[in-house]
Design a protein around this ligand. Structure first.
Ligand SMILES: Nc1ncnc2c1ncn2[C@@H]1O[C@H](COP(=O)(O)OP(=O)(O)OP(=O)(O)O)[C@@H](O)[C@H]1O
Ligand SMILES: [Mg+2]
Length: 225
């Protein structure tokens, strides 16, 4: 039997714009990432890193090629199927934390579990454990506006991992933090990922962050080099 990869894309192409303004941003990306593998995506600004991550996360459509996630060809999925698949299997972390401003730290972390229909008491206890792991137990009832940037980012990471997704996609998740905090947070993320056999793709400009992963994928001008 053929081995299933967490992520497998072949000749993936993305074009922005039409006609004379058409810009091919991904020029045929082929990539295989195993379940539990942790890789960094590096490359200069404009290379197509975020575009690639968004395609893999089913947040955007591609023009050519195939994308297989967890053994499923997602190219054929309907919009509803895609969003269901995303909620169940993929956690996202963005450069800006994207926390829900009207919910406190604990509630933000509980959210994916509640969306997945977990009982509230159980979701709360799991979220509390994670808060502790991130050293934020004493901030449980603070709103994002009452937290520092680094604290918000830690909560965003906790929220991405709380539902134990198969795949975590992180686009410069610590880009707004200083290098020490950045390294600490990435280490916790990778540690939790390894415990759960989570596949993690992390876009970063920081060689120190890339060196924490087992594999580095370099993108240049829409191609893997
Ligand atoms: N919605 C869009 N419409 C048109 N062009 C776009 C769009 N989004 C991105 N691009 C272009 O696609 C190219 C790749 O963008 P992308 O955001 O993937 O780069 P990146 O590698 O993530 O860069 P950075 O390190 O600066 O975040 C850039 O040249 C960008 O201008
Ligand atoms: Mg980017």
């Amino acid at each position: 039997m053929e081995k299933t990869h967490a992520i497998k894309c072949s000749d993936l192409e993305k074009v922005y714009g039409y006609g004379r303004n058409a810009l091919k941003v991904l020029k045929g990306i082929s990539l295989e990432i195993g379940q539990g593998e942790i890789a960094a995506i590096v490359g200069p600004s404009g290379a197509g890193k975020s575009t690639l991550l968004n395609l893999i996360g089913c947040l955007d459509s591609f023009n050519n090629g195939t994308l297989n996630l967890l053994g499923k060809d997602v190219s054929d999925f309907s919009v509803e199927d895609l969003s269901g698949f995303r909620n169940k299997h993929i956690g996202f972390i963005f450069q800006q934390h994207n926390l829900l401003t009207e919910f406190n730290a604990l509630e933000n972390i509980m959210m994916p579990l509640l969306i997945g229909r977990m009982r509230k008491s159980r979701a709360k206890s799991i979220a509390k454990d994670l808060l502790e792991r991130f050293g934020l137990s004493n901030r449980a009832h603070h709103l994002p506006a009452e937290l520092s940037g680094g604290e918000c980012q830690r909560i965003a990471v906790a929220r991405a991992i709380v539902g134990k997704p198969d795949i975590i996609l992180a686009d410069e998740p610590t880009g707004s933090l200083d290098s020490e905090n950045s390294k600490n947070l990435t280490e916790i993320l990778l540690e939790l990922g390894r415990e759960n056999n989570t596949t993690i793709l992390i876009v970063t400009h920081d060689p120190g962050i890339a060196s924490l992963t087992e594999r580095t994928i370099s993108l240049m001008d829409g191609e893997i080099v």
